[in-house]
Structure formats: C-alpha cells, structure tokens
Design a protein around this ligand. Sequence first.
Ligand code: URP
Ligand code: ZN
Ligand code: ZN
Length: 457
Amino acid sequence: MDLLIKNGILVTPTDCFKADIGVDEGKIVAISSKMPAEADDVVDAKGKYVLPGGIDPHTHMEMPFMGATTVDDFEYGTIAAAFGGVTTIIDFAIQPKDKTFLETIALWKAKADPKVVTDYALHVAVTNLTEDLIKEIPDVQKAGVQSFKLFMPYRKEGLMSDDGRIFRMLEESRKLNFLVQLHAENNSILEMLIERNVNAGKLSAEYHAKSRPNYCEGEAINRGLAMAHATNGNLYIVHMSTKEGLMELRRWKMMGANVFGETCPHYLVLNDEKYLSPKGRRYIMSPPLRGKADNEALWDGLFDHSLDTVGTDHCTFTDAQKDLGKDNFTKVPNGVPGVETMIPLLYSEGVRRRKMSINRLVEMTALNPAKLFGLYPRKGTLNIGSDADIVIFDPDFELQLSRENLHSKIDYSIYEEFTVKGMPTYTFVRGKPVVYNREYVGKKGSGKYVHAIKPQF
Ligand code: URP
Ligand code: ZN
Ligand code: ZN
C-alpha cells in the first residue's frame, strides 16, 4: 500500500467514525477499524478529522476580465486551493466570442495542464450562443464538460446573454442532461443606476453596491428559476448573495423546479460596510456584499438545504489592478480571493460558531458539487475505488487569515481580521501529498483534468 492514514475520524455527509484509510495507486483501497500498519507512508491522524478533498465549483484562474488578468494562475491558485483543503477546482473557461466551445476548452486546458497541482474540471462560460454552438454541446459533453454558465449582466463587458438565449439553453439542458449556471442580476436596472450615480459624481466603492441593490438579484433569480420551471431545465444559480434570491430559490424548489443554488464565503461572513473603508475597492465583486440580515439568511439557507453548495468565485486582482478604478468604481476589476479560506471559514464560522454539523460541511463542499457537476463517484467521497483525494483537518490549528499566512499571489487578504480555529494540515490528491504537515510538497503540472460524466439530476 502506498499510504495509510491511521487513527483519524472519517467524515461523510452522514457519519463520523474512527477508521484507518488505505491508498494504493491513487485510489482508496481500504477503510477499516483494524488495518495492518504497512504502507510506504503512514500518517497518524489521531485527534484529527479525515475529510474528502474539497471541490471548489467556482474559480477564475488566469482569467482576462475588465482590463486585467487574475493574478492567480493555475499553479498559484491550486497551491492556495491545496492549503485550503480543496483537491479539485472547477474553473470557468470563458468563450472568446469567435471560438467554439471545444476550442474554448482546449484554450483553457493549455493554460491549466502544465501548471495545476490539484485536479481540475471545467465549465464553459458562454458569451456568444448560436444555434451552431448548441449543436456542438453533445461533443462538449463527450469531452468532459457538463455545465455552461450564462450571464444576465455584463452587457458592456461582452458577456451578457438575453432571456431568449437563456431559455434556449434551458430547453437543451433538459434534452441533453447538462446544467445551466446563471449569474443572475438585472442588467438594465443596474446599468441605469450606475449611469445615475456616475453622472452625479458618486464614484466611490460604496456606489458599486448601491448600483446593484438586492432587488436586482432577487428579480433576476426569480426570472431564471421561472424559465427553468417552464422548460423543465436544469438550473444552478451561482454566487447567491441576497435573502430575496434565496426566498425565490426556496419557492421554486417547492414548485418542483430542478434548480440548485450556490453561495460564497464572502456573502456569509462579510458585509457592505467594507465598501466604506479606504480599501473598499478590494471588496468589489458582482453581485456585491450585502447587509448582515443577508449573511444570516444565507447561513439559514445552508442549514435548511435550500442552498446546495458553497463555491468561492476565486477571482484575484492585486491592489495595483484594483487601482484601475481608484477614482471610479465602474473601472475596478470585479472579484475577490477565496479558494484557500473557504473550508476553514465554514468550519470556524459554521461548525464552531453556528453549530453546523461537519457532515453538512462535507456535503456542501465535496459530495454535492461532485454530484451536480458529474465528478461523482470518482470525486467528492471517501469510498473504496474513489480517487484518494483526502484532507487531514486539525480542528485545533489556529491561523490568522492574514496575507503572509496565505498562498495566493494576491498582495492582501480580505479576511485579515479573521483568526480561524481548524485548518487542513495535510492534503493528498490521488494519494500524492501536495501539502504535508503545512509544507508545500506538490509538483507543478501534477494535477489532472477530470472528465466529468453526465450528472443525474
Ligand atoms: O465579481 C465577480 N464575481 N467576478 C468574477 C466573474 C463572475 O461573475 O463570476
Ligand atoms: Zn458571475
Ligand atoms: Zn465567478
């Protein structure tokens, strides 16, 4: 056997139990309460949790956006992921307007393959949907991509899809069994509010949030979910930030729509007061940070299973890049980091502070994304035959989430004031250590593309 992790507490979405876990040739081959201690490497996990590797379903590595390119490339971004207990990222391959979906996937693989230190899968972010491209979707599914993101906003940035195109993709999603992902904000209202604020000289970071009020998200989520219901399509709302949007998700789930929701750590633990600080532009992302009532509503949504997953929307711009908009919030590249801090924050703020079960944490960060995006049962579970993507999590390890303690290339932390209790200390990807007792031991390019299979909804 290549690896034996002894004496830990294994966590599944339903149970916590003491067992040893054996790994050979990248796969889990044994889970037992009595395992002979023979392996090339034996790690004692006494007093620690053993978790299935996290899957972050929402990252943007090396992404050109709003006049800048995210500073975390696939190497640094996946190193940060591994330190945070994430063993697979699902990144968005953004379609250049003149490229097909398959060409887009090839572009993204060429960037990722030489650099990744964890595994990765892809979604296609659609910017130019045509009937010819719809015909290409079965081949895209054969190439291992089962999810397509459409944007309701970002008309000026060239990403927007109108309602007709969203409806059309939802129709196909039912026929071909893929997942449509939706960035839901009402574009015409937010464009009108942006124009009004800019004309009034209201250009500071707080006007980013004021130009995209809760209503803009709630209305757009409702519209998307209504279209999913009408078409019987499969719809996943990304980065949900408001109590209004959550109420719509609950309502349409109750009506029998095949719909799912994701929120992000920043919408759970940060609020819009951040925009009033001198570095308010660091917190500019879309949708924006909201109020404290929204934070708590989203936690409720995780507890009652209205929300299905947590993704990070890891999208890193340095201070210098954010300064592109130092005099005008509309010029600030949108996005914040998150891949390294997601699981520690969910543990400290969710499991410790709010008494969420660690089983639910594992369900939201491993099993559910694996199932929704076609990675299960290879990923997302500690089971015989699954990839040995394993995290040893020390519930007593304290760490301030300051820039010098994190591994992203970004030059600040948005969580400086948070000290978490509970951190991953070992991260194995297909049985190979990437982080070993908090030391980086991975190898650039050792991660693999994960070919997603058609998900069962
Ligand atoms: O502000 C954000 N969310 N940046 C990344 C792009 C997106 O919409 O996910
Ligand atoms: Zn988005
Ligand atoms: Zn995103």
